[in-house]
Design a protein around this ligand. Sequence first.
Ligand SMILES: Cc1cc2nc3c(=O)[nH]c(=O)nc-3n(C[C@H](O)[C@H](O)[C@H](O)COP(=O)(O)OP(=O)(O)OC[C@H]3O[C@@H](n4cnc5c(N)ncnc54)[C@H](O)[C@@H]3O)c2cc1C
Length: 386
Amino acid sequence: MSTVLETEEHQALRAAVAALGKRYGRDYMTSVVRDGDHPRELWTEAAKLGYLGVNLPEEYGGGGGGMAELSIVLEELGAAGSPLLMMVVSPAICGTVIARFGTEAQKQQWLPGLADGSLTMAFGITEPDAGSNSHRITTTARKDGDNWLLTGRKVFVSGVDIADATLIVGRTEDARTGRLKPCLFIVPRDAPGFGRSQIDMELQAPEKQFELVLDDVLLPADALVGDEDAGLLQLFAGLNPERIMTAAFGIGMGRYALARAVDYAKTRQVWKEPIGSHQAIAHPLAQAHIELELARLMMQKAAGLYDAGDDIGAGEAANMAKYAAGEACVKAVDQAVHTLGGNGLTREYGLASLITAARVARIAPVSREMILNYVSHQSLGLPKSY
Ligand SMILES: Cc1cc2nc3c(=O)[nH]c(=O)nc-3n(C[C@H](O)[C@H](O)[C@H](O)COP(=O)(O)OP(=O)(O)OC[C@H]3O[C@@H](n4cnc5c(N)ncnc54)[C@H](O)[C@@H]3O)c2cc1C
């Protein structure tokens, strides 16, 4: 892929992460999943090299960069076949929200660990009755003296088992209006009343998804991140990085699948020429390449706007980047599997399981349809149907 739009530092970062990814790659991830393990070695090494905390402030052990750099890291690890899904939540959402809105104590407690990989944080917003509609979430925090009591349910929250804490989106009651407003709480993994059960997913990935039950989880006053009255702003400050990082995840996976298919198409010969000489094979691969490049351009725009402090502009671009990357990823993986013929469905070639994995980029953290809704209403001013 062309890197003409990136600074020399970015290009160097891309090359260095690609080299790290190459040392691990898809075989490493496959064996981690087979053993029911987590990609600890890769996580630790990437952290030690400064890649996981590249977006976090330097004074807390981070690299002082932003989403432009962090998205490069995830994209390149994914392109090597070894994406780290927890990067989407731990440094990108949780690290960003704490760095921007956390108290000094929260920053000191969490940021150095998130940056050096010794601490991981999950992020829980989705609820059983409020999937795409996060205005409907009912997880509620009540005051109990100086403390908080948090009650509710969450679903599909990734990595809660390995995360030291989960950043939970709840609501508190506005003292003046009685209306519920969103608030973010840090809930330690072993907090009493914080239960989790693993959801049986058809995904071959080391990161597992959990249903969470919060039953009057007692939290100290300082479990609340930032300002009780600015929850929505803080939430969006975390959701834009999540979308940018999901785009990076999708582009990385799409690139990995495409590269495998291109290699195969160059050598597989069933007539006189390799199958890649047939346009029915070559053109869809070329299309996939174009669409991944376009998605990456939009991701770079979103990251650039976000890093420049334009949360509103970044919102539209991050949604568009996530949409474009999700679609490009699904198409690239589908075409890659098809290119390999029967081998596309074998365990040995390992592409078939990506068909399921690619769908994650289309549905999470915000589905294709919800992005189309957003663009119809916000960008085009069309009326709302729901
Ligand atoms: C692998 C994986 C990991 C995840 N990790 C996390 C995590 O770490 N933390 C977390 O909080 N969540 C996580 N999620 C949840 C994810 O964000 C949700 O699945 C997603 O937001 C969609 O919500 P839902 O599943 O309830 O679908 P629903 O909201 O029920 O939507 C179902 C379908 O209806 C469509 N739809 C809904 N409303 C409309 C509308 N108004 N117009 C048109 N179409 C509509 C949707 O596009 C979708 O196709 C994860 C999900 C997956 C699959």
